[in-house]
Design a binder for this molecule. Structure first.
Ligand SMILES: [Zn+2]
Ligand SMILES: [Zn+2]
Length: 155
């Protein structure tokens, strides 16, 4: 799991400021979604987030979860990961930089950092006279577990 770059309290403090700035009312659900994503090890789908929130507040609707996720993404508290098969997934933005390996069969997501890839990307941008601002590196794979199940089907 990538290290968190900020404490949960400090993120919630910034959230309250941004809610005020946007003229919104405080809602427990926004804070709950932030803490679910902060504490979770993996990248969650909106349905999984709704499930977690419903443990405390049974009345939570999937549409309000979608609405809150859009707001939190716009305000850069969370980031999305397009995963192909398992749809859009979310993670907290205050994580150390990492890239993703995504299994096209089972949807499993792994995080990795490779310093030579990181350096190479900066180099390519520089060689093109550019300054690298960010990048999105996703490897789409068939993971080792899924390779085994395909093989056993064939035999
Ligand atoms: Zn990277
Ligand atoms: Zn990630």
């Amino acid at each position: 799991m990538s290290n968190r770059l900020e404490t949960l309290d400090s993120i919630l403090e910034r959230l309250r400021i941004s809610i005020k700035k946007n003229g919104l009312k405080n809602s427990k659900q926004r804070e709950e979604i932030i803490s679910v994503l902060y504490k979770n090890r993996t990248h969650l789908s909106p349905e999984e987030i709704a499930q977690e929130i419903r443990i405390k507040d049974k009345s939570t609707s999937i549409s309000s979860v979608y609405r809150i996720l859009n707001f939190l993404e716009k305000e850069k508290f969370i980031t999305t990961l397009e995963t192909d098969k398992s749809g859009k997934r979310y993670e907290i933005a205050a994580k150390e930089h990492h890239d993703h390996i995504i299994c096209l069969e089972c949807g499993e997501i792994k995080e990795f950092v490779d310093t030579s890839i990181e350096e190479q990307q900066i180099k390519i941008a520089t060689l093109n006279g550019c300054k690298l601002i960010s990048h999105d590196m996703r490897l789409f794979v068939v993971c080792s577990k899924c390779q085994k199940t395909t093989q056993s089907h064939q035999n």
